[in-house]
Design a protein around this ligand. Sequence first.
Ligand SMILES: C[S@@+](CC[C@H](N)C(=O)[O-])C[C@H]1O[C@@H](n2cnc3c(N)ncnc32)[C@H](O)[C@@H]1O
Length: 257
Amino acid sequence: MEWDFNTFYEWAQKHLKLELHAYKEKQLQRRINTVMGQAGATSLADYSKLIQRDPIVREEFLDYITINVTDFFRNKELFDNFEELLVSRLAPQFGPLKIWSAACSTGAEPYSLAMIVHKHNLSLKENILGTDLDETVLSQARESVYTEFELKNLPLLEKKEYFRQSDKKYVLDRRIRQNVTFKKHDLLRDSFGKDYHAIICRNVTIYFKTEVKNDLYQRFSDALVPGGLLFTGATETIYRPEQFGLKKVASFIYEKM
Ligand SMILES: C[S@@+](CC[C@H](N)C(=O)[O-])C[C@H]1O[C@@H](n2cnc3c(N)ncnc32)[C@H](O)[C@@H]1O
């Protein structure tokens, strides 16, 4: 039987626990076609069998669909604004902070936050939480070994202070690693925690349909304390943030009202 994309999404929901219905249609289908072709499958039905049979094909599929690109202090000038707000506004107001980096890929984002915490001697209520849907990136995050490219926004001094170089790789120092805990979490299926002072969720909502995005913004808002901050990606403007109980305080940074 020929499968259409909907049949494939239903199969993925049942067997991979993946909510593909929530992702933007055209973009997703283009990616599925590409990765399916790379695996040598000629139909969605065949591809689903291959994914089930071969763990490597399955990993390749998950990695490709979820797009894992990240780096330290991504969009440096925006991160600098966020750092300034963490230090001058959140820490004096709340004391020990509770911070969540959602959809954090291989960990550069929560570790950037941990560097800020270390640099300014901020205190944490609990470890910074780094979450992602994809187990492969989470195990890389726990290993915390990075390439030069991922460190491109770091000044030489900080590179030296926080990393040990081994061949062409950079291994993150334990002082930073010890303040971050990683956990598997699907933004579309799992519940959110509460009482966060800062939530950073960047470069993932771009892949979701508008209604899914809006639902997420509401849930992030609910998970923040009043005065807490939500930091989104450099293309992820929230339209009419008041509808979610949020107020824009800087580019791509919103405060819970
Ligand atoms: C482009 S990366 C963004 C990484 C980091 N936030 C940044 O901006 O550098 C997108 C991440 O979102 C994750 N992701 C995709 N769908 C997700 C979902 N439903 N729940 C949680 N994470 C998801 C992917 O696995 C991937 O690691």
